[in-house]
Design a protein around this ligand. Structure first.
Ligand code: C2E
Ligand code: CA
Ligand code: CA
Length: 819
């Protein structure tokens, strides 16, 4: 027994548990770490985040506010190219083109105008995003008349006109004449603040040409702020030069004023209700740094942290996913590993060190391939090792099964096993005799392979004799479990030839089984019992499996005693012969035939009927000397009977079994006896049953034909009871049919028996041989059989079997009248 102790958990489980623990530890420590980190650096992180976000907002705002500059630049270049006069047809379409682009790209865009030095004014406006774009210009002849059109051309309706207009009187126009650089003005309007960029335009020689004004409706910028704020929790504000809020997102905190736009602190904190807000302010400029606005970006503190919490959650989730994937991958790898390891162990269990082949085809881990190869090499090498005791004594070289010695020396046999089977391959000898030892070896190897393939794991296999195998199943079984194993083992002999490519030989044989816990003390008895069971199965059809019962042993013991007594009484003359006449149905007709039957009065066992010992004598071979004694005695008794007055041609029927017929000296001995007692060959009729043909048919037919040529008759006994095919009747020579007692017994009340008798009668008539009805017990039966056409009768109605001396023939006449 192995001294290695197994851990209570498998490799698979251990690795999975380790990974699971790793997972828990990693997730917990990550959570703790993030928690600690956010507590330590929470403020710093959120402030940093806010600053970065404010920079982005600043950048986007500045880009937006640069649009008026760009527009002015484009027009300026055009005007400075000498196209300054509004009288020039090109300038107006150019302005319409530029503004239409600006209106669609910048929702807050309000107006774009060109005010010429001579007081002419041309403007394109939109009151609010989405509403109509219209033209406003001074009359070409009167610069004080400003006309507002409904659309972009002067052909559209005039909406209003102002004849007091004087662009030159506007403060910004006057300022433009004094400076070259552009500047911003903010003017309140009904709908909020309007921020306008004024760009003075000078000709190359320094002559003032006019002013380009490009304006934004600041209130409309709230929409833009909404679109650029970093998250929904954030709010963004624009603070004008007078510290007033000029635009803001909807969700700005009511006391946003708490954030001081002028504060030097990068981040300010203020409370609104329960919430702590973080705020940062930044400059808002156009590209030329002409605007002095400020931006304020604000966010509740919790919202910034939530962002980082989300990040942490994402990291934790990634850890979980990675480890789960790792677990799955390792699980597959381990299962593949342990799976193939188990396969190797199974094979090792099943085949032990009997040669087995390396796995082919499938892929395995290199370690397992190595193990497999090593074990396979050991298994190949082991039996070949010279002088190995297992090789020579404990293992069968043909099948690599254990020998009986090997089986008995295997410790596992005595470990938790109670089911043994013995399998006898009955056609092995025929194969060996007919095809030779080499093919017989292949035959038995095929059989062993097939057997092995059917057996469950852990079964020990042993080749006990050339044609006999012993199987010890692993585990403990009850009687009800046996059915399953019976059918497995019987199936060895019920093989479908296609199963093994149609090349496999057919096996015939029998199986015995025994249920008994196997110990070193009782193993011999177990093997004896299983052997008895197989012996029982042998008298039945192919593939029969018998389970040992105590009655089998009792019968065996009885048979042994019987056998012993038979042998003793053969010498002590405990036997004698009786004769039962075979008489014609016609009453009073002389009797010319009789059957001699053996009687055994044993000193030890008392009277033993022939049914009880003939089969045993046949089985043990005792029938050979006994049969010789019967033939000799029958001839002597018959000679004496004739001498006492029986007809000279009296025919004595002697029962002969197949074993006797197969004896090479059978004919010689029979003829010798007939000759010794000065009888004729025609005085003897040998009775055989159909079953003799089951043996060596060809040889038996030859012997019978030989004896018939010499004048000895042949009767077929118990006709109709056994062999079902009638085809043998053509090859078998015979002179008389005896119909089985079983049919005769029921002739009066069973139509089927009557029909069988009638058909046998027809058969005998067509073969032109007489039919003897055995077992005629009453006058009614005799009358019926006579009426049916039977020729001869034998039975208690006429005479019981009696010693020859009890019959009294007279002067060549022997008449038997019903008792
Ligand atoms: P079997 O050859 O069929 O022998 C006929 C059997 O029928 C005999 O039984 C006989 O006693 C019995 N019998 C005859 N008439 C009647 C009847 O009217 N009613 C009934 N119920 N039975 C009747 P037995 O003598 O007991 O022999 C049994 C069998 O033993 C024989 O059957 C035969 O197969 C075998 N046997 C007997 N003597 C010999 C022998 O000398 N050599 C061999 N090889 N076998 C023998
Ligand atoms: Ca007989
Ligand atoms: Ca018979």
């Amino acid at each position: 027994m192995s001294s290695l102790k197994a851990y209570p958990f498998t490799l698979f489980r251990s690795v999975m548990v380790i990974l699971l623990v790793t997972l828990i530890v990693m997730v917990t420590s990550a959570t703790c770490f993030f928690d600690y980190q956010s507590r330590q650096n929470g403020n710093q992180m959120s402030q940093q985040l806010l600053l970065t976000q404010s920079e982005m907002a600043q950048h986007m705002l500045e880009e937006y506010l640069d649009n008026p500059h760009e527009l002015s630049h484009l027009l300026q270049q055009y005007l400075q190219g000498g196209q300054s006069s509004l009288n020039n047809e090109m300038i107006r379409p150019e302005m319409v083109y530029l503004t239409s682009r600006a209106f669609s790209a910048i929702p807050a865009f309000h107006s774009f105008s060109w005010s010429e030095a001579n007081g002419e004014h041309f403007a394109i406006l939109r009151d609010k995003p989405g509403s109509r774009i219209y033209l406003e210009r001074t009359d070409s002849r009167n610069p004080n008349l400003l006309i507002s059109y409904n659309g972009l051309s002067e052909e559209t309706n005039i909406v209003k006109s102002n004849d007091n207009f004087d662009v030159q009187a506007q403060p910004w126009f006057r300022s433009a004449q004094l400076q070259h650089n552009p500047w911003w003005t903010t003017t309140p309007d009904k709908q909020g603040l309007i921020a306008t960029l004024h760009s003075p335009v000078y000709a190359n020689k320094g002559r003032f040409l006019g002013v380009i004004s490009s304006s934004l409706r600041v209130a409309e910028m709230s929409q833009f702020l909404e679109s650029i704020k970093p998250g929904s929790d954030y709010s963004l504000m624009l603070i004008g030069p007078d510290q007033q809020v000029i635009a803001s997102t909807d969700n700005a905190p009511p006391s946003a004023q708490l954030a001081d736009p002028q504060s030097e602190d990068a981040i300010q904190t203020f409370e609104v209700g329960q919430k702590t807000w973080l705020a940062t302010t930044f400059d808002v400029q156009d590209s030329e740094h002409l605007l002095n606005w400020r931006g304020v970006l604000m966010v509740p503190k919790t919202a910034v942290l939530a962002g980082s919490k989300q990040q942490h959650l994402l990291i934790s989730l990634s850890i979980v996913i990675v480890i789960l994937l790792l677990m799955a991958a390792l699980g597959v790898v381990i299962m593949r590993f342990t799976g193939s390891l188990k396969e190797t162990v199974k094979k090792l269990r099943q085949r032990g060190l009997t040669p087995w082949h390396k796995e082919q085809g499938s892929q395995f881990f290199p370690e397992l391939v190595e193990l497999n190869q090593a074990l396979s090499s050991v298994s190949q090498a082991y039996p070949a090792a010279a002088g190995s005791p297992r090789n020579s004594l404990e293992e069968d070289s043909d099948t690599h099964f254990l020998t009986r010695g090997g089986l008995l020396h295997t410790a596992e046999l005595y470990d938790n096993r109670n089911l043994l089977a013995m399998i006898q391959v009955s056609n092995f000898n025929s194969v060996k005799n007919a095809l030779g030892t080499t093919l017989a070896k292949e035959f038995i190897q095929h059989f062993a392979e097939r057997l092995r393939s059917l057996l469950p794991e852990g079964a020990l296999c042993c080749r006990d004799r050339e044609d006999t195998f012993i199987i010890a199943f692993a585990g403990m079984y009850e009687h009800k479990d046996v059915t399953w194993y019976r059918s497995i083992l019987s199936s060895v002999f019920r093989m479908n030839p296609t199963e093994m490519g149609g090349e496999s030989p057919l096996f015939t044989g029998h199986v015995g089984m025994v249920i008994e816990p196997v110990t070193k003390e009782n193993i011999s008895e177990c093997l004896r019992n299983v052997s008895l069971a197989v012996q029982h199965a042998q008298s039945q059809r192919n593939g029969t499996c018998e389970l040992f019962t105590p009655e089998m042993r009792e019968e065996e013991v009885h048979n042994l005693r019987l056998h012993q007594a038979l042998r003793d009484d053969l010498q002590n003359e405990g036997f004698h012969l009786v004769m039962q006449p075979i008489v014609p149905f016609v009453e009073g007709a002389p009797c010319c035939e009789g059957e001699c039957l053996i009687r055994w009065q044993s000193n030890v066992l008392g009277f033993v009927p022939p049914d009880k010992f003939i089969a045993l004598a046949e089985h043990t071979g005792m029938i050979v000397p006994l049969g010789k004694w019967i033939i000799e005695t029958a001839c002597r008794e018959l000679a004496d009977f004739i001498a006492r007055g029986a007809p000279k041609d009296f025919k004595l029927h002697v029962n002969i079994s197949a074993v006797q017929l197969s004896q090479p000296d059978f004919s010689r001995h029979l003829l010798e006896c007939i000759h010794r007692y000065e009888l004729n060959n025609s005085n003897i009729c040998i009775e055989i049953t159909e079953s003799v043909l089951l043996h060596d048919t060809h040889r038996i037919v030859e012997i019978l034909a030989y004896l018939r040529r010499l004048g000895i008759s042949v009767a077929i006994d118990d006709f109709g009871s056994g062999y079902s095919s009638l085809s043998y009747l053509h090859s078998l020579p015979f002179d008389c049919l005896k119909i089985d007692r079983g049919f005769v017994r029921n002739v009066l009340d069973d139509k089927k028996s009557e029909a069988v008798i009638a058909s046998v009668l027809m058969l005998s008539q067509s073969f032109e041989v007489p039919l003897v009805a055995e077992g005629v017990e009453t006058a009614e039966m005799a009358a019926k059989l006579l009426a049916m056409g039977c020729d001869l009768a034998q039975g208690y109605y006429y005479s019981r079997p009696k010693p020859f001396a009890d019959f009294t023939p007279a002067e060549g006449q022997f008449v038997v009248l019903p008792d």
